[in-house]
Design a protein around this ligand. Structure first.
Ligand code: GLC
Length: 445
């Protein structure tokens, strides 16, 4: 079976968040299980090097394009080169336009080279239009929602001609949403099967609170048996405390005291335990709740934050960093992220919503106990009697869960037992990769 994944990021080539991590791990696991797997993604000018070009030409309605190929870990990575992607960084304000270009090109190119897949599997709104075009050409399609908040919307009257779709798709049963083109909706409406990245999020998005205006459609997809949740895995090789070159090695498989001492020294922290987070600084992640809870949290904990995003949150954290128990490191620094996951005692994720979340999986793998709000994948991955869970999206509820964690931390034996259990949990990609393969098989049958 030949599977074609389409997504806007793929680790280690391009990555801004969890989406890139998933595309860096799931395809390789499917290849290991015997499938023929291709991943198609844009070639951003900011990426290192340039892949081997295997095709150059003109695409109808798009213009000049090229296709580059890299083979790695049994997977064929195809990069589509378009003029609109010749700029710094990954995402830009005119992305609806750019991903319309990106969405139109693949089918004609693949068709010309005689390499149409058995199943096309698109991820998030940037792949919505590819899914629609693939469906209209009679291919089997799967569409995965990694984050329903970002939908790729633009005034429909202006954007309709960008899509290359037939007129009849411009209604609410197609790509229309409150007079906008909505590329997420294109994926949802035209895919044979829709998945999201945890069972709990699959339920949550059928409600007004989490549905981002698409809850009605989600209810319908559920009734039609077209929507399901498949929990993400973790790349357990990339994140392995026993072999991680970025950290002070655990002296025994479960003894992280060296890594903790190193982190304490790196940031000049006092003897209080370390509560950390590595996160996009965005409303979704509840970083404002964490900031508001800092007066309480700093009584018990050293708080270490690594991340960037919303300028207001960044400014507030920069101010807080004057406090002896608050450390704020700006940016996305992969080696430092490893040192934090390994060295911290507890890891905070006060997310307002969290489709799956990968940080809690990494934290647990390094024996760092998560403090999480009960939403989405956090519910499905953090056991009650292992981490610390809270329900309300308030600073008070977060602070109370952290107090609970602090009280448990005083019982060193109990804490160590939980840390060891956390490290022994299995979040490998094999199970989820098999679930997706079964879904594809069902479509082909
Ligand atoms: C998005 C979601 C996150 C999920 C990731 C990968 O980044 O916000 O919860 O883990 O996609 O699916």
């Amino acid at each position: 079976m030949h599977i074609l994944h389409v997504a806007s990021e793929v680790f280690p080539f391009s990555r801004s968040g969890g989406l890139g991590d998933v595309l860096g791990a799931l395809p390789a696991e499917q290849a290991r299980l015997g499938a023929e797997v291709t991943v198609l993604s844009p070639w951003y000018a900011s990426l290192q090097g340039q892949p081997q070009a295997i095709w150059r030409g003109e695409v109808d309605g798009v213009g000049p394009a090229w296709l580059g190929e890299v083979r790695q870990e049994g997977v064929r990575y195809l990069f589509l080169g378009l003029e609109d992607f010749q700029r710094p960084g990954l995402y830009h304000p005119d992305d609806v336009w750019r991903f319309c270009r990106f969405g139109r090109a693949p089918l004609p190119v693949l068709e010309a080279s005689g390499s149409l897949p058995d199943v096309l599997h698109g991820h998030d709104w940037q792949a919505g239009l590819v899914v629609a075009h693939a469906h209209l050409r009679g291919l089997n399609t799967v569409f995965s929602v990694h984050n329903l908040q970002y939908q790729g919307r633009w005034n429909l009257q202006e954007a309709a001609p960008w899509t290359g779709l037939p007129e009849w798709t411009f209604g609410p049963e197609g790509v229309e949403f409150f007079f906008d083109l909505n590329l997420m909706k294109a994926g949802l409406n035209f895919a044979d099967r829709v998945t999201t990245v945890s069972p709990t999020y699959a339920q949550e998005i059928t409600t007004r609170r989490y549905g981002e205006g698409l809850e009605g459609l989600m209810v319908r997809l559920t009734h039609e048996g077209r929507l399901s949740g498949i929990l993400n895995g973790l790349d357990q090789e990339r994140w392995n405390p026993r072999t991680d070159p970025e950290i002070v090695p655990f002296s025994q498989p479960t003894d992280k005291t060296g890594a903790t001492a190193a982190l304490r020294q790196e940031f000049g922290l006092d003897d209080a335990p370390i509560l950390a987070t590595v996160s996009r600084l965005a409303d979704q992640k509840g970083m404002d709740l964490l900031i508001e809870a800092l007066p309480e949290l700093t009584r018990d904990w050293n708080v270490v934050v690594l991340g960037s995003g919303d300028p207001l949150l960044e400014a507030s954290l920069t101010g807080w960093a004057q406090h002896p128990r608050v450390t704020f490191e700006h940016g996305m620094n992969e080696p430092l992220a490893h040192r934090i996951y390994a060295g911290a005692d507890a890891f905070a994720m006060p997310s307002r919503f969290e489709p799956c979340g990968l940080s809690q999986l990494i934290a647990m793998r390094y024996g760092t106990l998560p403090v999480v709000r009960e939403t989405g994948g956090l519910v499905d991955t953090v056991p009650h009697d292992l981490g610390f869970r809270f329900a309300d999206a308030t600073p008070e509820a977060l602070a109370a869960a952290c107090q609970d964690a602090y009280a448990t931390f005083q019982d060193r034996e109990e804490w160590q037992a939980r840390a060891e259990r956390a490290m022994s949990l299995d979040f490998s990609w094999e199970g989820p990769a098999r679930e997706y393969l079964a879904l594809y098989e069902a479509l082909r049958a």
